[in-house]
Design a protein around this ligand. Structure first.
Ligand SMILES: [Zn+2]
Length: 331
């Protein structure tokens, strides 16, 4: 995750305008007068309001009659790109989202609000951290098919970085995936989209003090005998660097094989890599779940205060890949 070369980003995230938007989000969702999200939409549609400003005012999305059906995703889907970039602006507005901090909690609240505004039921669990602080995992589930897939990404950052690429890019991709799965679940599959807290190494702690959210989720599912059939970690996917499918060294390659095949079917060449415990897939790989970390390595701004840009068209390409991969898993 450490070296980089050329950078050609689409948008440097401005901070003043979304600050107002973020204030609106929390003014809205903390108010007792805000109507509860409506029931999940019976038809597969997303309102024009949510298309234009999904993050700015969830209360409006929950009360607006859906008018626009989202078309099948392709790499020219500018509306999807705009939604993801809008979400990113809001996600970044409070600065670094280190695990256990107020900024991380506000990010979790934004994620929850965005999902509930779609009519989704959000599940969650508190994640204990060293020193008594807590983080949170959040997840939503789509479909009821026999193949169970967990796809997740972390929403926290290191202390020193706004984390647009690491991992705002994965978060906004998963939010957009949730919008799409809410319209049309993957036939034959049950897909759980998880937003993990506290993935990054805790400041000042040892090198193994990380991945708290995914470790808790993996342990809980293992104990309940409910581990998924597949796991995909979506982490640092906002730069234009070539994409890689990363396995935990020495573990099952099936999920990497699946991703490479899905990439080939949409004309994306995916490099195979093996690495240590560098993302949330590691927990599940160690539990025996075929797992892959979807990653665009080489961003030189990784873990720096300059990680405030992503490439919009790349976000859409990622989504095409993920949707293709999920469909391939459904059999
Ligand atoms: Zn990351």
């Amino acid at each position: 995750m450490f070296t980089g070369s050329l950078r050609a980003m689409n948008r440097r995230v401005p901070l003043l305008v979304p600050f107002l938007a973020f204030a609106q989000v929390f003014a809205a969702c903390s108010s007792a007068s805000v109507p509860a999200p409506t029931a999940p939409p019976a038809s597969t549609s997303i309102s024009t309001t949510s298309t234009e400003a999904p993050a700015a005012n969830p209360s409006s999305t929950s009360t607006t009659t859906p008018t626009t059906t989202v078309p099948p995703l392709d790499v020219t889907d500018d509306a999807a790109m705009r939604r993801m970039l809008d979400d990113l602006e809001v996600l970044l507005v409070n600065g670094p989202r280190e695990g256990g901090t107020e900024a991380e909690k506000l990010a979790a609240r934004f994620i929850r609000t965005t999902l509930t505004s779609l009519g989704l039921t959000v599940q969650g669990e508190s994640v204990p951290l060293p020193g008594g602080a807590t983080s949170e995992n959040l997840w939503v589930t789509f479909g009821d098919g026999p193949v169970e897939v967990l796809i997740g990404g972390h929403y926290d950052t290191v202390r020193t970085s706004p984390g647009a690429d690491d991992n705002g890019s994965g978060v906004v991709g998963l939010l957009e995936l949730a919008r799409r799965l809410n319209q049309e679940p993957i036939t034959g599959a049950t897909v759980t989209v998880v937003f993990f807290g506290a993935e990054e190494r805790t400041f000042g702690m040892s090198s193994d003090d990380h991945h708290y959210g995914s470790r808790l989720r993996g342990a809980t599912l293992a104990q309940a005998g409910e581990l998924p059939d597949w796991m995909i970690s979506f982490d640092m996917v906002g730069s234009t660097h070539p994409i890689a499918g990363v396995s935990l060294t020495g573990t099952d390659q099936a999920a990497v094989d699946m991703l490479v095949a899905a990439g080939a079917s949409v004309d994306m060449e995916i490099e195979r890599l093996e690495r240590g415990e560098i993302s949330d897939h590691a927990t599940f790989a160690k539990l025996g779940v075929p797992s892959v970390f979807v990653w665009r390595p080489g961003n030189p701004e990784y873990h720096t205060d300059a990680d405030d840009v992503v490439d919009g068209p790349t976000l859409v390409k990622n989504l095409v890949l993920i949707q293709t991969a999920l469909e391939s898993l459904s059999g």
